[in-house]
Design a protein around this ligand. Structure first.
Ligand SMILES: NC(=O)CC[C@H](N)C(=O)O
Length: 310
């Protein structure tokens, strides 16, 4: 049965996964994120045409956080090409937490191992073309508007400011990278852009639509023209598999097997190649910073609909 024609079963799966929220905790190292309700879980699935939504409030807004790293990587690759991007950031998973600094010092040269950890994402954000923070952010937002078809998407000022005011670790990473010529320019402006990028607010519906484009060769169902070139869609899907769930990516590949990216707000964007785009929001996180009920839900979905790519 097509996943979208099975809405009763989807509702049951969401209800069952909801029980797992009690084992997780909302992120609070960004103070404004601690306001989220840990007991929610919502799911949207997009197969082209209209969204087939399941339980939960699929219109509830949350911030992209690390999910934005996938989008900025696509934009940077489109802006400056593979050679330029991978001169400054590697292609290998780390096995360390997303905000770890350790490998920057122990590896030589001091290049972040991949674009999905914070150090790598800061380097990628630094590559977005434009002469001011506003111009760069404007280009990123237009790209997201195109991917989702939703031109009302903006960033949440309160959450951006809250992260900017407390981003001591990300500041350390960025200054370290500047010392080693991985990033250039004004680091405070880079932090401003990065925290605004992470605070871009979407719904599950929007996530499912972005995932659909990534899953389907960079095209919308109706679009002749790719929004993301095919080879770039392939690169970002590969990073989603190898590094998308931080240092839980290996186990997730075994249990779920769908290219996915999570964020500490509790969002997960999952792209089933040549299949549906899936958006999940469940802010209670496990110890590695992934939505605890969201991961459980994806595991059930993958088993029931045979979604694993492996
Ligand atoms: N894992 C995440 O979602 C991290 C994003 C967050 N804005 C940070 O840099 O810490």
């Amino acid at each position: 049965m097509s996943i979208c024609r099975d809405s009763e079963a989807l509702n049951v799966m969401v209800k069952e996964a909801l029980h797992f929220t009690k084992y997780g905790k909302v992120a609070d190292y960004i103070p404004a994120l601690s306001d989220a309700n840990p007991e929610t879980l919502s799911l949207a699935i997009y197969e082209g045409g209209s969204t087939c939504a399941s339980a939960g409030d699929t219109q509830e807004m949350f911030t992209l956080q690390s999910i934005s790293k996938v989008i900025t990587l696509a934009l940077a690759l489109m802006d400056i090409g593979e050679e330029g991007v991978f001169a400054k950031v590697g292609k290998e998973p780390t096995g360390d937490p997303f905000n770890s600094i350790i490998k920057l010092e122990t590896h030589s040269p001091s290049k972040p191992l991949n674009p999905m950890i914070n150090a790598g994402a800061l380097a990628v954000t630094n590559m977005i073309q434009g002469s001011t923070v506003d111009e760069k952010l404007g280009r990123l937002l237009s790209f997201i508007h195109e991917l989702t078809g939703n031109t009302s998407i903006q960033y949440n000022e309160k959450i951006a400011q809250s992260e900017y005011d407390t981003a001591y670790l990300n500041r350390s990473l960025a200054y370290f990278l500047k010392q080693h010529d991985v990033v250039d320019g004004n680091i405070e402006l880079l932090l401003e852009l990065y925290t605004k990028q992470c605070a871009i607010e979407v719904s599950c519906d929007d996530l499912a639509k972005m995932a659909y484009v990534i899953a389907n060769e960079g095209r919308h169902v109706s679009s002749e023209r790719p929004i993301i070139p095919l080879h770039i869609a392939r690169i970002i899907k590969t990073f989603m598999v190898t590094c998308g769930m931080y240092n839980a990516s290996g186990e997730f590949a075994i249990k779920v097997g769908v290219p996915s990216k999570s964020g500490v707000s509790g969002g997960i964007m999952a792209a089933v190649p040549y299949g549906p785009g899936i958006g999940i929001y469940g802010p209670a996180l496990d110890q590695k910073g992934n939505s605890i009920a969201g991961m459980k839900l994806l595991e059930t979905l993958s088993q029931r609909y045979n979604l694993s790519i492996f």
